[in-house]
Design a protein around this ligand. Structure first.
Ligand SMILES: [Zn+2]
Ligand SMILES: [Zn+2]
Length: 265
């Protein structure tokens, strides 16, 4: 093959064109055989038929669903026969209740990680489908969907707010209006390293309300993970202060209960 550098760009362009033609022919053929190229959001295995959750049967089986025994307040799975978990026996939340389809464990950790840090925004649709199902199954009620906001700086860093993506999807599925009613005024990205009490203190005054439409409305607050409840609580307080009638929380996952005294470590 000659390697005339002057002709190289034209050759490369022609090569690209041929490749594209082959690809579109191959795509057309595969589209004729399979209606859509669908893969499992978790393991990327090809799905043989369209599924609402875009998760293969194997992964669906392995997902850490919250069962029917859960804390009446935060919705975390309970082991003992009690109505409230340790977290809620010792806390008073401003929101009415929280429910989540999953425990923050196993494959769900991967899904949320892929969504937040891997830029796989489409995972919000799959999580949103499970969340909307939980909303209906647990007989939750809301008139407006809101989400936990990020500061402008935090959102610029990530490129999107995963809670907003989840809220959009959930609102669409439940046919409810979504309002970006809250704003965040304070960066709290170091939140992870703090214990429950410091988390709450760090968040104080972090959120503001910009929409008066929340007045006298039942709000569904959407977030990705419920950890100590400090974030949901602070957002709920802000919404209630702005006149919301009540706030329920829906998150994709809730963290496992930690033994209480671990907080003192
Ligand atoms: Zn899978
Ligand atoms: Zn609880």
């Amino acid at each position: 093959m000659t390697t005339d550098p002057a002709k190289a760009p034209a050759r490369a362009a022609r090569g690209e064109k041929i490749k594209r033609m082959f690809k579109s022919a191959a795509d057309a053929l595969s589209a004729a055989l399979y209606p859509e190229e669908i893969t499992c959001d978790v393991c990327l295995a090809e799905l043989n038929e369209p599924s609402r959750f875009r998760v293969c049967a194997k992964c669906l089986d392995a997902l850490p669903f919250v069962g029917d025994d859960f804390c009446l307040s935060c919705g975390s799975p309970l082991v003992a026969e009690e109505e409230y978990c340790l977290r809620c026996q010792n806390a008073e939340f401003a929101f009415k209740l929280c429910r989540s389809p999953f425990e923050y464990d196993g494959l769900v950790v991967k899904m949320i990680h892929d969504l937040k840090f891997g830029g796989k925004k489409y995972i919000a649709e799959t999580l949103g489908a499970f969340m909307a199902d939980t909303f209906l199954k647990r007989e939750m009620f809301a008139e407006i969907v809101c989400f936990v906001p990020m500061t402008r700086e935090e959102e610029t860093k990530r490129g999107f707010n995963q809670s907003e993506l989840l809220a959009c999807d959930v609102a669409g599925r439940l046919n409810l209006p979504m309002l970006p009613a809250l704003v965040k005024n304070k960066n709290t990205s170091e939140q992870k390293a703090l214990n429950a009490r410091d988390r709450a203190a760090n968040l104080e005054g972090a959120f503001g309300n910009v929409f008066k439409e929340v007045k006298r409305r039942s709000i569904l607050l959407v977030d990705d993970i419920f950890t100590t409840g400090a974030t949901s609580n602070e957002c709920a307080k802000t919404l209630l202060k702005a006149g919301a009638r009540e706030v329920s929380v829906l998150t994709a996952a809730i963290t496992k209960q930690k033994i209480q005294f671990e907080q003192n470590d």
